[in-house]
Design a protein around this ligand. Structure first.
Ligand SMILES: [Zn+2]
Length: 316
């Protein structure tokens, strides 16, 4: 292979893909919840990331635009975790539904060229999202913009894909995206399967990985959204069909404050829901996969090799 490997921007400087180590590619550091809870949020993020670091976690991608980038940088400094920040858009708001690809591109381009939120932190990943099928015109424009920005700057694209990941992928493909550097999140959430059985869902997902993209799972322990036997089945079957190099495991840690109390997303709808934080990936999700017959060599791919491959780009 020719060319040199491009460094990856993080909140605290550039790293090379080899330095990523154990990585979770779909996380959040939910700091900006009004100033009242900022300190508590910060302390929680630091404590929980340190706990995960003690278990081996080394790098995360914060894929929540617009999470608080200056705060993220402080968390990265305090924990020693590499945090890759993002540009792009989550679910579009009503006011954004008239935007065109050029508008989305402008915003991403500014983030990349000038830094995020007035900092010198450059994004290392592009976030895109669509809500449900059919994909709306502005969402289509967003995917087109992401593909164009990816072509120009060689960043991976992280997609919010509760439903319609194959349709999202088609738009990206048509717009010239490098599908090997696209990863589709939340695809295991059963309510997004449009009535497909788990067998049909495996076939549907195979179409996406066969084109080179990666599936990102985060419902470990969130068994209300995916039955454990279904998640195990999807991982098993895609591994058996030769796609162990096209899956990653993450937690998608998110929190808010309710009546002044910090609450993890889905904590009250799951047994031990309070434990579903960054460390859960290594102390529970990975052991759960291994107990369900996924070899360590494969779970290592999910948390080490595959994230590194997705973030490895060579210069021409
Ligand atoms: Zn998320």
């Amino acid at each position: 292979m020719s060319g040199t490997i491009r460094p990856i921007p993080t909140a605290t400087g550039e790293i090379l893909p080899d330095a990523m180590g154990i990585t979770s590619l779909h996380e959040h550091i939910a700091l900006r919840q009004g100033d009242v809870h900022w300190d508590e949020s910060m302390a929680y993020a630091i404590t929980e990331l340190k706990r995960a670091k003690d278990l081996g976690l080394h790098t995360i991608a914060d894929v929540g635009p617009p999470d608080d980038v200056a705060g993220i940088r402080e968390v990265a400094r305090a924990t020693g975790i590499n945090i890759i920040c993002c540009t792009g858009f989550y679910l579009l708001q009503r006011s954004q539904l008239g935007m065109k690809a050029a508008d989305f591109q402008d915003k991403m381009l500014k983030d990349i060229e000038h830094g995020l939120q007035g900092t010198d932190v450059r994004p290392g990943v592009i976030k895109t999202a669509s809500t449900r099928m059919p994909i709306r015109p502005a969402e289509r424009e967003l995917f087109i913009a992401a593909a164009r920005i990816q072509q120009r700057y060689h960043l991976p694209i992280c997609i919010h894909s509760v439903s319609g990941c194959a349709e999202q992928q088609s738009i990206l493909e048509e717009a010239g995206a490098d599908l090997n550097h696209c990863y589709f999140s939340h695809i295991e959430a059963t309510f997004g399967w449009a009535g497909r059985t788990v067998e049909q869902e495996v076939d549907y997902l195979e179409g996406v990985v066969a084109k080179g993209s990666t599936l990102s799972f985060n419902n470990f322990g969130n068994w209300n959204h995916t039955k454990p036997e279904d998640l195990a089945r999807i991982i098993h079957e895609l591994t058996r069909r030769g796609y162990a190099d096209r899956m990653v495991a993450t937690m998608d840690v998110t929190w808010s404050f309710e009546h002044g109390k910090l609450k993890l997303l889905w904590e009250d709808t799951n047994v031990n829901g309070k434990d579903r934080t960054y460390a859960y990936l290594l102390d529970t999700a990975v052991p759960w996969m291994q107990a369900n017959g996924i070899p360590k060599a494969v779970t290592d791919q999910f948390i080490i090799d595959n994230p590194r491959r997705i973030f490895t780009h060579r210069t021409a």
